[in-house]
Design a protein around this ligand. Structure first.
Ligand code: SAM
Length: 449
């Protein structure tokens, strides 16, 4: 609970003070007895109801505490602490909306107390209201910068909008170099749109390479605001405009002056499509780009090979372990496993093949798929198809996170599309898989021989 019983001394009789002393000494039965005497005299006694509610709350009886705290705040003289404590009880009972209202009342009555703001931030985070959570927690820290709870809670909220991989991504020098090489060749004198600003790295690469103007959009408001200040700090505020919007909400003439000649985007997940890149690119072609716009990257592919190796089997299935047969547990094994394969002793049992290719200069992407033949080049147990991504930044530059390849150490993990059962394969045969996408995710399934 973010606050304790208020010492509203002016309103307290000797019995009130005695009850308070018992409560503070942890002598809850005696505190309750004093409160009952007070409430028998006046059932609306705000302080006695508040204290009685706290006695129950401290004994783990939130349901019993609730009516007392509700009566405590019903009087026009209720303290901020009574509202704050009501908020704590309501949130413990799972009534988050009412708890949020109670904390707001506590904050109105005592705006200098950081605790109700901290607790409000936690509830907004639970509710998924990220901007409101950040606002409340930042306000708590502006009152008490060293409030450790609020510091941790704020960082937990940030981690929901800026996942851990974002930092590995920013430091992925192979990715950064590939983008910068293509950006340098394409952008001088051009009007650029970037979808997905993040910290502003690619937008600043474009501005530094001589783009006439860079419009860069970021769907997450807090990230967009931070990117705008990073851009200003690095001296590019005159050439880069951060648009704090999802790309599909941008209107030319309002958010950006004119259609862009170049689209830069790095909104790829490890299976390419999770960040809804296809609808965003379709929308950009229709509404935000000139007819012959250049796209960086111009194409993105899901690549794959048949995978085997004991270490891989250990990640994907269970068999005899410690002398027990656990094989039926394989029923629950996921069809797709996200795993960084660099550093894993895998065996490639086929050549690399292109499973699916997305030419981003096209204006429409239909869901669908096709059969892919994988010639087997090794002998052993095959567990499925390993997948990585390849980005064709332009005619000259490619980036790939092929496991064990030159992009080794990529921040993008790989994916294994796991066969229902491991297969024994021999060099010379061919396996057939079906690779398909529904515009949001990719799947690869084994076809019957
Ligand atoms: C993978 S990060 C890349 C950040 C930056 N471009 C870089 O390469 O360092 C993608 C960012 O784009 C944002 N984003 C993804 N799709 C978007 C869209 N269609 N419109 C606006 N922002 C988007 C996400 O919120 C995230 O911050």
């Amino acid at each position: 609970m973010g606050g304790e019983y208020a010492d509203a001394a002016a309103r307290m009789s000797a019995e009130h003070l005695r009850a308070k002393q018992f409560y503070e000494a942890g002598r809850f039965d005696e505190a309750a007895r004093e409160c009952r005497t007070l409430l028998a005299r006046d059932p609306h006694d705000s302080e006695a109801n508040h204290l009685m509610g706290l006695v129950f709350y401290r004994q783990g009886q939130s349901q019993a505490a609730l009516p007392f705290l509700q009566r405590a705040v019903a009087s026009g003289r209720a303290s901020a602490r009574a509202f704050s404590n009501l908020g704590a009880v309501l949130s413990e009972l799972g009534d988050l909306d009412q708890a949020i209202s109670a904390y707001h009342r506590a904050i109105d009555l005592d705006p200098a107390n950081p605790w109700p703001l901290n607790n409000l931030g936690v509830l907004y985070r639970t509710r998924g209201k990220t901007d409101a959570a950040i606002d409340a927690l930042r306000r708590a820290l502006s009152i008490k910068p060293d409030l450790a709870d609020a510091q941790v809670n704020l960082r937990l909220v940030y981690s929901t909008i800026v996942p851990q991989w974002h930092f590995a991504m920013l430091n992925d020098s192979a990715r950064n170099d590939a983008y910068e090489a293509a950006i340098r060749r394409a952008v001088p004198g051009k009007r650029v749109l970037e979808i997905g600003t993040g910290a502003g790295l690619l937008a600043m690469m474009a501005a530094r390479a001589g783009a006439a103007i860079v419009d860069s959009c970021e769907a997450v408001g807090v990230i967009a605001r931070e990117a705008a200040s990073i851009v200003a700090r690095n001296g590019f505020a005159d050439r880069i405009k951060i648009i704090p919007k999802h790309s599909t909400g941008i209107v030319v003439g309002r958010d950006m002056a004119a259609r862009a000649d170049i689209l830069i985007t790095e909104t790829f997940s490890s299976n390419l499509l999770d960040e809804a890149i296809l609808p965003a690119v379709e929308h950009a072609h229709r509404h935000l780009l000139t007819d012959r716009a250049t796209l960086i990257p111009r194409a993105a592919s899901a690549m794959g090979f048949l995978i085997g190796g004991e270490a891989v089997g250990g990640m994907l299935s269970a068999g005899r372990i410690k002398g027990f047969d656990l094989s039926s547990f394989n029923e629950f094994a996921p069809p797709r496993l996200v795993v960084p394969l660099d550093g894993v002793a895998f065996a490639a049992l086929s050549p690399d093949v292109e499973l699916l290719r997305f030419d981003l200069t096209e204006t429409e992407f239909r869901m669908g798929g096709h059969e892919v033949a994988l010639p087997v080049t090794g002998t052993g147990l095959c567990y499925g198809v390993a997948q990585w991504i390849r980005l064709d930044l332009d005619d000259a530059v490619q980036y790939s996170n092929r496991p064990g390849g030159p992009g080794g150490g990529s921040h993008w993990p790989n994916i294994i599309y796991r066969f229902p059962m491991p297969l024994i394969v021999s060099a010379g045969e061919t396996l057939r898989v079906f690779a398909r996408h529904d515009r949001a995710e990719i799947n690869v399934n084994l076809l019957a021989p």
